[in-house]
Design a protein around this ligand. Structure first.
Ligand SMILES: Nc1ncnc2c1ncn2[C@@H]1O[C@H](COP(=O)(O)OP(=O)(O)OP(=O)(O)O)[C@@H](O)[C@H]1O
Length: 566
């Protein structure tokens, strides 16, 4: 369906509104109206059902404001930038890569600012609004900065992604999962990015909702215990090589994509399949989806493999709605380095292993008299050090400086080096992280766009019953008191039993059906003359307008099967 028509209905019927409208609005913010908020909650509940209930991951909730140190460690303070340019005449700002892509059709993601500046100049690209000249390109950090505390001495940022809130308490999470890999943790919530020119409505917001899973796996074991259940799923893939050669996406089973090495690991392939299943479950048609692999120029240097789930839109072409990446050990390693905490996991071997290693032995007879009360801790610290480092310093410099709370000078005769055999039971490793990162707002946009159906005499959202914001409308055939009373009672009874039911008695029955259809209500119950005689009602399906008669007493169980059975 077409963007304009879908958005008109979405606005009119209370799904999505521009925020702060009475104050002229602010780009990049959106209000979910009553139906939009219910739809969003249902989609998020469904997501939880997939990832928390079925996959067995656990959900956590961390603050949306984060201290600078944490985002410095994650790389966001220094690198979470977009290339920006400004019109010298009207002062409007633009994302340089987007403006070039729009003007030339070239994909320039990953190019340096200098290269972008040169393209703008050589292609004669001007301000799309007023035709003015554009400035050189510079890096603009996307995070919203704030000050923490009454004296405002500590710099903080609104989180640009929910993921970091999972990496930071990793040690506690590891203990919660009894020090065993693999395990998965999810977080759903708001993220904030001060996007340069959010002109694309709900798909480029400054405040948006993410649902992210961080799955911690052994770096040498990227299998998935349930891979067989998705092996035959068919994925539409657009690998980097096909993009580079100008080829089209193609369909392939998950099993074959893995065997041919198109997707780097079993666990990553499994998560591509799971994302596809989830999207189809909530009503996004398969034809509107493809999996596009990141090109080497756009992939983060630390990642092994990244795939964007993209959805087709008439207004914006293919848009990324989910990113699924193998982020290796990058995040945990950098948080470990910046915080000084050991964020590795001890992996026990199946069988203990014997190893030979070189150790340093301190000569207490020499160190004792010289360092007295400090001698014991010096001996302990030396045993922890890398013997090669000490040996090299002693050979080259004639001394080794041991840094504790102060410096201690160790001389060649203070230590000896020995080869010993040791039995070790395991080793410490940084887990690798598989990250499916869902943008809930873009998914809702895609769902509304693709479920909006225009037929001869009606336009409606064909939302699956389990995600439709209103599940059933109860209507009296005509506005006679007896029928209205029964209809109101049925609606109340359905609400008490957990159904989202509405009552509608305004206009003709045709208008009521049309209104109910338009917002995607999958079922309508009509109280008519026969109801008053035999206690049955008509149950009408939105999609094909077919009707069946059901006893009022059976209505709940029938609806339960129809809605929850999906
Ligand atoms: N400004 C935004 N508005 C709405 N959703 C967003 C926005 N930025 C990211 N998302 C959503 O969060 C998901 C994961 O975030 P990620 O950091 O991978 O996005 P991204 O690659 O930076 O997106 P883009 O390249 O479109 O800016 C995206 O797939 C998208 O659905």
């Amino acid at each position: 369906m077409n963007h304009e028509k879908t958005m008109t209905i979405a606005r009119k019927r209370g799904f999505l509104w521009s925020s702060f409208e009475i104050y002229s609005g602010v780009a990049g913010f959106v209000d979910y109206g009553p139906l939009g908020a219910t739809l969003k909650n249902k989609i998020m509940s469904r997501w939880r059902e997939y990832y928390v209930v079925r996959e067995g991951f656990y959900e956590i909730e961390s603050p949306t404001i984060m201290p600078e140190e944490a985002l410095k460690a994650s790389g966001h303070v220094d690198h979470f930038n977009d290339p920006m340019t400004q019109c010298k005449e009207c002062m409007d700002v633009y994302r340089a890569d987007h403006i070039i892509e729009d003007a030339t059709g070239r994909d320039v993601e990953g190019l340096e600012n200098q290269e972008l500046t040169e393209i703008i100049s050589s292609e004669g690209i001007r301000c799309p609004r007023c035709g003015g000249h554009l400035t050189h390109v510079w890096s603009y950090n996307l995070m919203f900065q704030t000050l923490i505390g009454a004296k405002g001495k500590k710099t903080g940022y609104l989180r640009p992604e929910t993921a970091q809130g999972i990496f930071i308490p990793f040690k506690r999470l590891l203990r919660f999962f009894r020090n065993r890999l693999p395990f998965g943790v999810v977080q759903l919530g708001k993220s904030y990015r001060n996007e340069i020119s959010p002109r694309q409505g709900v798909i480029r917001l400054r405040e948006f909702t993410q649902a992210e899973a961080e799955i911690f796996v052994h770096p040498e074991d990227k299998t998935h215990p349930d891979f067989e259940s998705v092996r035959d799923d068919v994925l539409r893939l657009y690998p980097a090589s096909s993009q580079e050669e100008g080829l089209e996406p193609f369909e392939i089973t998950a099993g074959e994509a893995l065997e041919r090495g198109i997707i780097s690991s079993e666990v990553l392939t499994y998560h591509l399949c799971l994302a596809r299943r989830f999207l189809m479950d909530i009503g996004v048609p398969e034809e509107a989806l493809r999996f596009r692999q990141h090109l080497p120029t756009e992939m983060a240097h630390y990642a092994i493999d990244c795939w964007d789930v993209e959805a087709l839109t008439d207004a914006y072409g293919w848009i990324e709605i989910i990113g699924i990446a193998d982020r290796t050990d990058y995040d945990l390693k950098s948080h470990a380095e910046h915080s000084g905490e050991d964020l590795r996991v001890f992996i026990e071997y199946d069988e203990p292993r014997k190893i030979r290693k070189r150790v340093v032995k301190a000569e207490m007879g020499r160190l004792g008299p010289r360092f007295r009360k400090d001698a014991a801790r010096i001996v302990e610290a030396l045993a922890e050090k890398d013997p090669e480092e000490i040996e090299e310093a002693l050979m080259k410099e004639g001394k080794y400086l041991l840094e504790l709370d102060r410096e201690f000078e160790i001389l060649p005769d203070d230590v000896t080096f020995q080869e010993v055999e040791e039995t070790i039971t395991g080793e410490k490793v940084y887990p690798h992280v598989i990250e499916p990162s869902f943008g809930i707002d873009r998914i809702i946009y895609t769902l509304l766009l693709h479920s909006c159906v225009e037929e001869e005499d009606r336009t409606y959202f064909r939302l699956p019953p389990h995600v439709a914001p209103v599940e059933v409308t109860v209507l009296p055939l005509v506005n006679r008191d007896e029928m209205v009373d029964v209809a109101v009672k049925i609606k109340r009874d359905l609400r008490k039993n957990g159904f989202i039911a509405e009552f509608d008695s305004s206009g003709t029955i045709g208008r009521r059906y049309a209104r109910s259809d338009e917002i995607g209500v999958p079922f309508a119950v009509t109280v008519d003359h026969q109801t008053l005689e035999d206690g049955t009602v008509t149950l009408r399906r939105r999609d094909d307008c077919s009707q069946i008669r059901v006893g009022i007493d059976d209505l709940k169980s029938t609806l339960m099967d129809l809605i929850r059975g999906c």
